[in-house]
Design a protein around this ligand. Sequence first.
Ligand code: ADP
Ligand code: MG
Length: 627
Amino acid sequence: MTAQSYQFQAEVAKLLHIVTHSLYSEKEIFLRELISNASDACERLRYLAIADPGLTGGDADFRILVHVDKDQGTLSISDNGVGMDRDDMVENLGTIARSGSTAFMEQVAEGKTADLSVIGQFGVGFYSAFMVAEEVSVTSRRAGTDQAFTWVSGGTGEYTIEESSRDGRGTTVVLKIRDEQKEFLETWRLRQIIETYSDHITWPIVISASNDEADAENEPVNKASALWTRPKSEITEQQYTEFYRHVGGAFDEPWLVLHTRIEGKVEYTLLLFVPTEKPFDLFHPERKHRVKLYVKRVFITDEAEGLAPSYLRFLRGIVDSEDLPLNVSREMLQNEPMLRHMRGQIVKRVLSELEKKAEKDPEGFTAFWRNFGAVLKEGIYEDHEVGPRILKLARFDSTAGDELTSLDGYVERMKPGQEAIYYITADDLAAARRSPHLEGFAKKGVEVLLLTDAVDDFWLQGHGEYDGKQMKSVTRGGADLSEITGDETAEDDADKPEAPKEGDLATLIAAFKETLGDSVKDVRTSDRLAESPVCLVADDNDMDMRLERMLKAHKQVEEASRRVLEINPRHALIIRLVDRLRDKGMDADIEEAARLLFDQARIIEGDPLDDPAAFSRRMASFMSRAI
Ligand code: ADP
Ligand code: MG
């Protein structure tokens, strides 16, 4: 049989170009990636063999061999895992299945990272072999078959596959090491790399060299036992980190490590990590958690729905159960009471670790919150039991300063007579801060929380209460600012004109209502405003304005509710209008002013205008008369 040529998928070719031309200095990580793949292959076969024991064909001692041939200038990594057939090779070593790789290449291309050590996170770790090899060949025989295939590529546009042979199942990856990278042919160097990155691998990793007498009888370089089964006191920080990177497909340091054994009626071990950096897939629509389920040290699945809640999907790590049967199926897992138990423990333990961190390391906790707070907040409405605990952990931007505050902090700073916790939701901080709704609060020194995560609108519906205090949007309902004794002094207002008489004001309001008709729900005066003449608010029983905008954008609501137009009775323009109406009566100018002010309020709110052209005409006509 002759070798058949294949083209790499365009994306792979691009990636290979990046990898082969990279000046990235820590090329040693290629070995971590290849060993990690070998380990995965062994894990996959062990799992498949539960249902089909014949697959391991009497050889269930999984191991990984690292072999150096200095004469040939080659380094090979062999495993007796699941192996690949021709189709597997085309699929796995010629195309990129996972969407993550695009993200990776964008980052590299934009120069956001020159750090290729993150490659494994994007599901393209295999290609890192081309950092050190001028040619890579992969010979593999799939478990349960007799035929082996060899894949060869020089890392440019194409590769070949031909039939070959191999003793027993598994995969051997042979790297023809480049001249500049000869260090990777030194066994002491390989040993050092494996100790650094791969000690946690469950299977023995053995190094041998062609001039090595003892050969495969050599002692394993690693401890070859599942890391989580070892006593905590014997695990170094580095080992935790490498395990975290392996299991979580991550490249940063874990911010938090939770390693604990649950004992009692049911027994299992948790080894969970919270990343330091925000993973790129945190906001994928599937919102899947990333905790892997093991049974008696055998990897079962990373898709055990219900094992961890999606509001903890930033967690990485494993749960290893002593009690579940090895042949537990996905369907069985769906209503497995044990899973509920584990989930409960994961939630409980993670939250209490977070509480400790918040207490002991407020700065670190703030950084955590900035990464993952938006995800964790989903728990407030998804899990009523832990909702209050999450609220207590929650941190918010606020008008009180640039630092994040907790609700406890907010409550401590509440003014005498202030009953509610005030907040505003907006698309970003700048928009929140410039909202006219804040003016009256700012003047009184009443703090307002600035909420900018999409999830905020959801948990605030019905869960907006803390410490017996209602959480109230400043864009909603009548603001009861007059009840609050704020910082405001009489002098602050001395230079402000006095508000018009009640009766005159009522006439203006009536004129506005008549002009605007059905486009507003009501017109009323407000003490929410200081500098702006008008603003829109939602009526007490109506939906929050931003939430409604969002739902409307997603076609979840048909028609937007009508708003209340609030006017600032102490604003010079309003006072002028009152005077004019009293002196000259209703006319076209008052009408036009009402329409202009209403449109302005909508613009400030970010609502689209019904008729922007009319707005512009009115504005121009008003300006030309004034100038
Ligand atoms: P990832 O390991 O994240 O899937 P890689 O680029 O490292 O991405 O590997 C790509 C795929 O190639 C693997 O998912 C696997 O299917 C296959 N593969 C790589 N090495 C081996 C191996 N030693 N044995 C079996 N399959 C392998
Ligand atoms: Mg891999």
